[in-house]
Design a protein around this ligand. Structure first.
Ligand code: SAM
Ligand code: SF4
Length: 324
């Protein structure tokens, strides 16, 4: 429990800052290494952190980045974490580009859920947003579905003037494949020039756009699957659509249940607040689970009541470095 009565049981672990895409809202000029590889936590260190976190009641773990599928030892990391007693759910967030060849193996290794970013179905619009090709991502989605994960979800970041025309095609695609789709408000987590008021599309508008096609029925269980989305079932199509109002939802932070571990070993209690604690120092100086638990507990105690995105927040490191 944190200082505001929230149960914090979800750790998002960034396994790498590297990425093979260059999304306009995240890493528009591609990946440029800042620190050496030695700064990145090793597989063994990641496992020690996760083990310490389970000792504090963390149950849900998600591997992210950067693009986690670029990390060569990801299957081994998945295998090690999935075996830890106390790990209730282990998920992956990916851009999906490299998913198809490894999805089955990762499922066998113990990965339980996958979130795949898909901001557009139209290849040109997809390329404009990410710099890459949509076809391998669609192949990755198909293989992930066949691999028997407990849950596969799609994520789409909303940008006015860029992909609002893709919302309805994405909903149809998602419902055709039985996948929940989450529509996410753009957050100021990079200094990218795409983050202007002009590009910002609030979830209220996205809901109105969806409402032109189908009727939205709020789902009684607001937080299906631990996440921050408010879900609606579309009456006619049956699609399940989640809206993540990171900026405009006044109650967004009240139900936050997560902390983040950066690829270089900092614990970040809140994505939209600069506070961080150095876990790598504890990992490399003291070989004790108690020392790790102490840093994680301190981070939990420091978790702020709410993010600073609406207070002229200036990102100090990109989301790839924090672990989106
Ligand atoms: N590379 C993987 C991917 O793209 O899914 C995992 C890391 S990425 C940082 C995790 C999630 O953060 C993705 O769904 C991405 O769309 C989202 N994201 C990145 N920058 C964002 C921003 N400025 N606002 C909102 N969501 C963002
Ligand atoms: Fe890479 Fe994901 Fe960021 Fe896009 S959102 S640049 S795929 S880390």
């Amino acid at each position: 429990m944190d200082a505001f009565g929230r149960t914090i049981d979800y750790l998002r672990i960034s396994v790498t800052e590297r990425c093979n895409e260059r999304c306009v809202y995240c890493m528009p000029s591609g990946y440029h290494p800042a620190g050496g590889r030695s700064e990145q936590l090793t597989r063994e260190e990641l496992v020690r952190v996760a083990e310490a976190a389970t000792g504090l009641g963390f149950r849900k773990f998600r591997l992210t980045g950067g693009e986690p599928l670029l990390r060569e030892d990801l299957p081994e990391i998945v295998r090690d974490l999935a075996r830890l007693p106390g790990v209730g759910c282990l998920g992956l967030s990916t851009n999906g580009v490299r998913l198809a060849p490894v999805a089955r193996q990762l499922r066998d290794d113990g990965l339980r859920t996958v979130n795949i970013s898909l901001d557009a179905l139209d290849p040109q619009i997809y390329r404009r947003i990410t710099g890459g090709e949509v076809a391998p991502v669609l192949a990755g989605i198909r293989v992930a579905l066949a691999a028997g994960f407990e849950q596969v979800k799609l994520n789409c970041v909303l940008m006015r003037g860029v992909n609002e025309g893709q919302i309805w095609p994405l909903i149809l695609f998602a419902s055709e494949h039985g996948l929940p789709l989450r529509l996410i408000e753009l957050m100021p987590v990079t200094t990218s020039t795409v983050l202007t008021d002009r590009n910002f599309l609030p979830v209220s508008e996205a809901m109105a756009l969806v409402g032109q096609h189908d009727e939205l029925e709020p789902q009684p269980d607001r937080h299906l699957g631990w996440g921050p989305a408010r879900y609606y079932r579309l009456r006619r199509t049956g699609a399940l659509v989640g809206f993540i109002g990171a900026i405009t939802d006044q109650h967004f932070c009240a139900t936050c249940n997560k902390m983040r571990l950066t690829a270089n070993g900092r614990v970040r209690p809140c994505l939209g607040d600069h506070g961080e604690l150095d876990l790598r120092a504890a990992l490399r100086s003291a070989n004790s689970a108690a020392a790790l638990r102490a840093v994680l507990a301190a981070a939990m105690a420091q978790k702020p009541k709410e993010h600073q995105f609406c207070a002229q927040y200036q990102p100090d490191r990109p989301m790839t470095a924090i672990g989106g």
